[in-house]
Structures are given as structure tokens and as C-alpha cells.
Ligand binder design. Structure first.
Ligand code: 5GP
Ligand code: MN
Length: 339
């Protein structure tokens, strides 16, 4: 409540506002950012959305997408630094630590504007003056909806803003499957339906708009690259840089792959390990009590949520896989206990 009052006060007069979100934005990161941007523009603010990297093409239908500035240190470093420094308010959406916005992190940390964090990841870093962090929220887009509502402006949520928020909630709940799919989530979705959001169209835009090559890549990965370790109730997929190249893999093409590993009966822990050339990126998923947030933090400089987290390794792909395999016995009891 205090935070809402502070935010209301802050947004009383028209402001220059910058919104940013995490590296390789997913639908929640981009949807919550563009949904919030749409609202703030309606309130008369000047709003710029800056992403720390590019994002998948299947998100480019969102309202406001054309005005997003994609940060690239080799291309627009000066411009982005200037925008960050001149903003009166900086919204940080869907990430809990400034390391998640790469080179933009130090700029935001030092910037004179008021920082507002809206996020649902575990263990938020303390860098924002105003903080809406709720680890029980299913999506940052859910929190953005509540923020607008609690500011007394739900009537400003139109179909364009609604579509962005819907995309975030739909994807972060795994299409309303995960335990995070609360009554509150469904009540918000009912409101979004009420303003005219076409839910099945959004589902199709995000999940059914892949290239043929991407589907062939999926076939190859499932047939040849999936390893199941029954003794640890674990499955993983490791992909080399050459394989990505061979299948002309684009940003977003590997999203969701890890869920196939987790969909195997009896498997409670899944990992996707990808050589991105400059680093090895890892995605972790679990069902039940096993915390991939703890696992990623402890071994792979990462974090996230209990059942969905990510991490990074600067060793080679084979070394990273070996390290991953070496950690498993430590967790054998946790992984094999009934849950
Ligand atoms: P994904 O595996 O889809 O990239 O990410 C799963 C979850 O973990 C997301 O909520 C994402 O924001 C978070 N995450 C992914 N990579 C990292 C990372 O390197 N560090 C931290 N702290 N969180 C991450
Ligand atoms: Mn999210």
C-alpha cells in the first residue's frame, strides 16, 4: 500500500520514463513492459522501452513493439546510456538482479532517476527505491495488471494493453498449468477477456508460428540429443554451437525444449544446456520440491524460481555437462524421494 502511494505520488506529473527488462526477453518480460508502457503513455508520460538484447520474432506483434530500443553495446551504447541517465523514472520489470540486464546494469545502478522494481523472482537485489516484488505472483504481467488497478486506472486497460499482459501470464503459467495459476490469475484473465483480448489468437501467435526448420530441429533434438538418467529422475539435453548453426537457430527457437525433457514420466528435474559460443546457457525445470533456483545459484551463477531457473557457465560445453553430471549424486536423495 505504501509503495502504491509512493508510486502514485511519483507519477502525479508527466515524467520521462524508461522501462527495461531482462536479457533475452520472454513473453512475460516484453508483455509486462509493453503493457505498462501502453498504460503510462495514456497517462501522458513519455515512455521508452529498452531491452538489453534482442528477443524472439514470435513476440513482435505486441502493441508498441516497433518503438522498442534493443540495446547493443557495439551499436547504441551512447544513446542507451543517455536515455537511462535522463529518465526521471526507471521501471525494472521481470528481473531481480541488475546482472540480468548485462552492460546496462551499471548504468541503471548509477542513474539519478527513481527506480521501480516490479518482479516475481526469488531473492530480489536491493537497488530500487520503490519495490513491487511478489514471488507468489505467476507473472510480472499479473503484477502490472494489479499495479494499474491499484492506481485506480483499470478502466485504461484496453485490448492492446490486455494482449500484452495476457501473453505474459499465459506463458509464465505454462498456459495455465503450473501451480502458480491461482484464482487471482483466472480473475485477471476474465477481466482481459472482458476488454476483448482474443486468447486463442495469442496462443497461436506465440506457440504455433515456428518455421519448418525449427520443427525439424525439435525432431532431431528429441531423437538424438535427449539423455534420461533414471537413477536421478533427471533428463537433459545438451546442444552444440554447430548444431544451432546447422538448423539456423534463431532467438527463441530453443524456448520450451526443456519442457519436453520434463514431460517424461518419472522425471522431476530437467536441464537444457546450450553452447552460445561466448558462454554456455542453461535452463532448469523441476516438478515438486526440488529447487532449481537453489541449484542454479549454487552451481551455475544463476537463479529464478523454485521450478524454473537459469544459469550460465564459461567452461566448454563438455566440461559444463561433466560438471552438471558431477553435481547430481549430491541431490540423489532429494530427487528420488517421493513428491
Ligand atoms: P529460462 O530457462 O526460461 O531462460 O529461465 C527460467 C527462469 O529463470 C526465468 O524466470 C528467468 O528469468 C530466470 N533466469 C534465467 N536465466 C537466469 C540467470 O542466468 N540468472 C538468474 N538469476 N535468473 C535466470
Ligand atoms: Mn516472468
Amino acid at each position: 500500500m505504501q509503495q502504491i502511494t509512493a508510486l502514485k505520488e511519483l507519477l502525479q506529473e508527466p515524467k520521462e520514463i524508461l522501462i527495461t527488462t531482462h536479457h533475452k526477453p520472454d513473453a512475460d518480460a516484453l508483455g509486462s513492459s509493453l503493457g505498462l508502457a501502453g498504460y503510462l503513455k495514456k497517462k501522458g508520460h513519455v515512455v521508452t522501452v529498452v531491452t538489453p538484447s534482442d528477443y524472439p520474432d514470435f513476440l513482435n506483434w505486441m502493441n508498441g513493439n516497433n518503438e522498442v530500443i534493443t540495446y547493443d553495446p557495439a551499436v547504441n551504447d551512447e544513446l542507451v546510456q543517455k536515455l537511462i541517465n535522463q529518465a526521471n523514472v526507471i521501471f525494472c520489470l521481470d528481473f531481480s538482479s541488475l546482472s540480468r540486464i548485462n552492460e546496462m546494469g551499471p548504468y541503471v545502478r548509477e542513474a539519478p532517476g527513481t527506480k521501480v522494481l516490479v518482479d516475481h523472482h526469488l531473492e530480489p537485489e536491493n537497488f530500487a527505491q520503490i519495490c513491487f516484488s511478489d514471488t507468489n505472483a505467476a507473472a510480472t504481467a499479473e503484477l502490472v495488471f494489479e499495479l494499474i488497478r491499484d492506481l485506480g486506472d483499470q478502466s485504461l486497460i484496453d485490448v492492446h494493453i490486455g494482449e500484452c499482459l495476457y501473453a505474459g501470464i499465459m506463458t509464465d503459467t505454462g498456459s495455465f498449468r503450473h501451480p502458480s495459476t491461482s484464482r487471482n490469475v483466472h480473475l485477471i484473465i476474465a477481466e482481459l477477456l472482458h476488454v476483448g483480448v482474443n486468447t486463442s489468437n495469442i496462443h497461436r501467435l506465440i506457440y504455433d508460428s515456428h518455421t519448418e526448420t525449427r520443427l525439424r530441429f525439435l525432431g532431431y533434438v528429441l531423437k538424438d540429443k535427449l539423455t534420461v538418467l533414471r537413477e536421478f529422475r533427471t533428463a537433459y539435453i545438451a546442444i552444440t554451437a554447430d548444431e544451432l548453426k546447422k538448423y539456423d537457430s534463431k532467438t527463441g527457437d530453443t524456448e520450451g525444449l526443456v519442457n519436453f525433457a520434463l514431460s517424461i514420466e518419472g522425471v522431476v528435474f530437467a536441464a537444457l544446456i546450450i553452447d552460445r559460443n561466448n558462454a554456455v546457457k542453461m535452463s532448469f525445470r523441476s516438478v515438486g520440491d526440488f529447487s532449481v533456483n537453489d541449484f542454479a545459484r549454487k552451481h551455475f551463477q544463476g537463479g529464478g524460481h523454485r521450478n524454473a531457473a537459469g544459469g550460465i557457465s564459461y567452461d566448454s560445453l563438455p566440461e559444463t555437462v561433466a560438471k552438471f553430471l558431477k553435481t547430481l549424486p549430491e541431490y540423489k536423495d532429494q530427487l528420488t524421494k517421493d513428491n
